[in-house]
Each structure stands twice: as C-alpha cells, then as structure tokens.
Ligand binder design. Structure first.
Ligand code: ADE
Length: 226
C-alpha cells in the first residue's frame, strides 16, 4: 500500500513512522509519504488559508491550495483524483471511522489522507477533491494530523505480516471472528492481585470451554455498548 498524507505539519508524523509496526510495514515495501500543503501553494508568502465568507472566527484552508498540491502530486486534474484513489479528508463532521471502514481502506492499493487545520477545509474540498470525509470521533481536534495517524495506524496494522506473531489482528475487538463485538477480557500473572483472582476457567486447560467463555464475555461487552 502507498499512503500519501497531505498536511501543513509533516514533522508531526516523524514519531508515527518510527513506531514498530509502521517500520515493519515500510520494511515490507509499503510506503507512506508526507506532502507539505504549503510547498505548492499558488498564493504569496506560503499562504494556505483565508477568512470565511459570511464572517466568523477562524481561518479556512483554501480549495485552490489543496487543488495545487494534488495536481503537483498526481499530475492530473485534481477533480479526477477521487475517482482513481480513495481521498480521505479528515474532518470532525465526517463519517465516523470504525473497524469496517479500516478493513475496507486496508484493501486499497493506494490511499490519500488530507489533514485540515484551523476551521478545516473549504467545503468544496470535501465535495470535489475527496472521495470520503471521515471523523475519528465527535470532538474537535486542532487539525486532521492526529486523526490521520489514527486512520493510518488502524489500516496499517491490518496489512499482512505487519504485526509480529505475538500480536494478532484476527481475533481482536470488532473483528469478524468476534462477530463485530469488543474483545474479551485478558489476564496474565499474578493469578491473585489484592484478592482479585483470574477467572478459574482460564486455568482449566479446556480450550473449548475457554473459547466459549471468551465469546460469551465478548458478546456481553458488545451488548453493554451504547
Ligand atoms: N479534525 C478536527 N477534528 C477531527 C476529528 N474529530 N476527526 C477527524 N478530523 C478532525
């Protein structure tokens, strides 16, 4: 998979690319690149945003700035880009990001993530330059960078062989193996901590009963979620 992240703050992602599973993905031949939206702006003095029509606080990232960045990168008319690859604009008001969407995106050969700042993008970015507008939750971040890392992380860990064999993306929260429910509780040593013991069944060695107990706990957790 090749992921392009368009951002005003590429340096934010240095930490992200140093994480083990991201490094694993890069070692396996996957690519993640960062494009500075300011580097191709057609405006003077590196300007990328402007005041909102209709008034109000904050600044809005201009559509012509995103257009120029996409044109420089893909060398086609930017309005054609969303038909050729998923272009995800990160925005608090977008479609909620969830495990099925992560699975869907992990199957894409190429992906583009657009990170907004300030009050976000001019609406025409969402309408004409993106294929999806995605939110990582009902709260407002200072920009799309952290959201892009969340999306990137959830997607990258689904790529084959990225997780070490001690980790597994097969039977984890919201996976098909758990019928979309949250994961069952995990325990390790000590057996007894301050009088709180590990459920006896996990020490029984009866794999079928352990599996059934875990499924049951997972279903209960799923039923308890809003
Ligand atoms: N940008 C600002 N807040 C966001 C959110 N909750 N999700 C995605 N992008 C955002």
């Amino acid at each position: 998979m090749k992921i392009d992240v368009f951002t005003l703050f590429p340096a934010w992602f240095r930490w992200f690319t140093e994480q083990r599973h991201v490094r694993n993905a890069l070692d396996l031949g996957h690519e993640i690149e960062f494009v500075d939206l300011r580097s191709t702006t057609p405006l003077k003095a590196g300007q990328v945003d402007d005041t909102p029509y209709g008034g109000g606080a904050g600044m809005v990232i201009r559509v012509d700035v995103v257009e120029a960045a996409l044109r420089a990168r893909y060398e086609i008319d930017p309005v054609e880009v969303p038909a050729r690859r998923r272009v995800i604009a990160l925005s608090a008001g977008g479609r909620p990001f969830d495990e099925p969407l992560a699975t869907e995106l992990a199957a894409e050969p190429v992906l583009t993530l657009l990170c907004g700042r300030y009050e976000g993008f001019d609406e025409r970015v969402h309408e004409h330059l993106a294929s999806d507008v995605v939110s990582i939750g009902p709260y407002v971040l200072s920009g799309g960078e952290l959201a892009a890392m969340v999306v990137g992380d959830a997607v990258i860990r689904k790529l084959p062989d990225v997780l070490g064999h001690e980790e597994s993306a097969v039977e984890e929260s919201f996976s098909a193996a758990l019928e979309g429910a949250p994961e069952y509780p995990h325990y390790t040593r000590p057996f007894d901590w301050r009088g709180h013991a590990v459920p006896e069944i996990l020490l029984s060695g009866d794999h079928a009963r352990v599996r059934e107990w875990r499924r049951q706990r997972s279903r209960e957790r799923g039923a308890a979620r809003p």
